[in-house]
Write a protein that binds this ligand. Structure first.
Ligand code: RIB
Ligand code: CA
Length: 317
């Protein structure tokens, strides 16, 4: 199975991504970043989830704020802890006594050419790691990101939360030259779970029922805050290329981040102009492809993700 490091801001959908990685990949390390809540909360949540899922995966805390942008948090949706809605176990260990960037570099060095870095929060840790050690570009097999999108945003009219938290970091990562996969809101909003979908987890044990409690909270929050009836499983979508590529269609194209202050700051601008087979090189502003951009999720993806939670649950004593 593909070795993966998950850089995340748990976060309800990050918790699902973690279990999806446990079920289908070789989860080598977890690093945390501010975002859905403060770094203290997201790190505590990661450690609680590890205890709940009986994981001894190393966890290291990373950036507590963006490179340049003002600090925002997603508490409105994820609650005051960042993972409200269920009784979670107290962490039974501390994070490693090293920064997330060090753990990213150590893990990538140990798995040269094989490690996938999955980023489901702000990209600050990933940008810092790439800036600190340029060799990281060769050590990584790829970077796969949940962020951005080609439709409406969820922070502003056009900006998605993970990118908007740290647009400069996101642009640094997209420019780094590492094979990169990107799944945005236009796709992840179509990978949602209804109350009935969530209820299917209730056949499991403690882990599955805790995840059902978390997803019920997440879904109710999204209904209250954004008026949507399903809870989008944003973050596990980032892992699909390395679990089952048949579950998502991608297009190799150029994506850049708007950094200028103003109404479009944090927007991901994708080259989606298609004039038949006419090469776009002559089009104004066209730039070389730098990401595999998710375009179409399979209708099987929701079921595949929920089954992964039940599978991990079934393995616990
Ligand atoms: O916009 C959705 C993203 O922001 C997800 O990663 C969610 O967990 C939050 O971090
Ligand atoms: Ca997240």
């Amino acid at each position: 199975m593909t070795p993966v490091l998950l850089d995340c801001d748990p976060g309800h959908d990050d918790a699902v991504a973690l279990l999806y990685a446990v079920r289908h990949m070789d989860l080598r390390a977890i690093t945390t970043v501010y975002g859905n809540q403060t770094l203290e909360h997201t790190t505590r949540n990661a450690l609680s989830l590890c205890r709940l899922a009986q994981l001894d995966t190393p966890v290291a805390a990373g950036a507590s704020r963006p490179l340049v942008a003002p600090h925002i948090t997603g508490g409105a949706v994820h609650g005051k802890t960042g993972l409200d809605g269920a009784e979670l176990p107290e962490p039974d260990r501390a994070p490693l006594d090293m920064h997330a960037v060090e753990l990213i570099l150590r893990t990538a060095r140990e798995h040269r050419g094989e490690l996938v870095l999955a980023a489901t929060g702000a990209l600050t840790n990933v940008a810092l790691a790439l800036a600190l050690e340029p060799k990281l570009k060769e050590w990584l097999r790829g970077i796969t990101i949940m962020g951005g999108g080609t439709g409406t945003g969820n922070v502003t009219e056009v900006a998605e939360f993970n990118i908007y938290c740290d647009p400069e970091a996101a642009e640094m990562v997209l420019r780094a030259g590492v094979p990169t996969w990107l799944v945005g809101l236009d796709v992840t909003r179509r990978v949602g779970v209804s109350a009935a979908d969530i209820a299917t987890l209730r056949v499991g044990g403690k882990l599955a029922n805790t995840m059902a409690d978390l997803l019920d909270f997440f879904r109710a929050s999204l209904e209250r805050v954004q008026g949507v009836a399903t809870a989008s499983l944003h973050d596990p979508c980032a892992l699909v290329p390395f679990i089952d590529p048949s579950l998502m269609e991608y297009r190799h194209t150029n994506v850049r981040v708007e950094l200028a202050p103003g109404i479009a700051r944090g927007m991901t601008v994708a080259e989606l102009r298609r004039l038949g087979n006419v090469p776009l090189g002559h089009m104004r502003g066209s730039a070389p492809a730098n990401v595999y951009l998710a375009r179409e999720p399979s209708p099987k993806l929701v079921g595949h993700i929920l089954q992964a939670i039940l599978d991990v649950d079934a393995k616990l004593n």
